[in-house]
Design a protein around this ligand. Structure first.
Ligand code: SF4
Ligand code: SF4
Length: 138
């Protein structure tokens, strides 16, 4: 019975005297570098002309296992479809990435953003939060 106790103590002392091996991060002063394939906050894409890529086909909403995507489509003057509204309930999202995988237009990607904690009860992310901003013309 004493053996596991000594083993645990030895392990503690081993790491105690190796400050170079500290794995605790001093967040928020230090930030975590995410892995390239990390699935964080979603981003709605634009094409090279700044037009929104989403055509409101609804596939992402259909495939979403958490049923947290809500969108409404519309048509512009040229008869092209776009998402008039696009919302994700972040309290329900499980970051599975199915929406990204199924999208035929490559209009939605899960990016590196992970600082999503909030005291707000409402965690509905709309287009304003999800759509990449327009690039400024030089
Ligand atoms: S990552 Fe998964 S749960 Fe989250 S919105 Fe996309 S499909 Fe739904
Ligand atoms: S994000 Fe992609 S899958 Fe979802 S509605 Fe838009 S075009 Fe369709």
């Amino acid at each position: 019975m004493i053996k596991p106790l000594l083993q645990g103590l030895a392990l503690t002392l081993k790491y105690y005297f190796r400050p170079d091996k500290v794995i605790t991060m001093q967040y928020p002063d230090e930030k975590w570098t995410t892995y390239p394939r990390f699935r964080g906050l979603h981003e709605l894409q634009r094409d090279e002309n700044g037009k929104e890529k989403c055509v409101a086909c609804g596939l992402c909403s259909t495939v979403c296992p958490a049923e947290c995507i809500d969108l409404e489509g519309d048509e512009n003057e040229q008869g092209e479809r776009f998402a008039k509204t696009y919302e994700i309930n972040m309290l329900r999202c499980i970051f599975c990435g199915y929406c990204e995988e199924v999208c035929p237009e490559e209009a939605i990607f899960l990016r590196q953003g992970y600082e999503l904690a909030s005291q707000e009860k409402n965690q509905i992310y709309n287009k304003e939060k999800l759509l990449v901003p327009l690039k400024k013309k030089k």
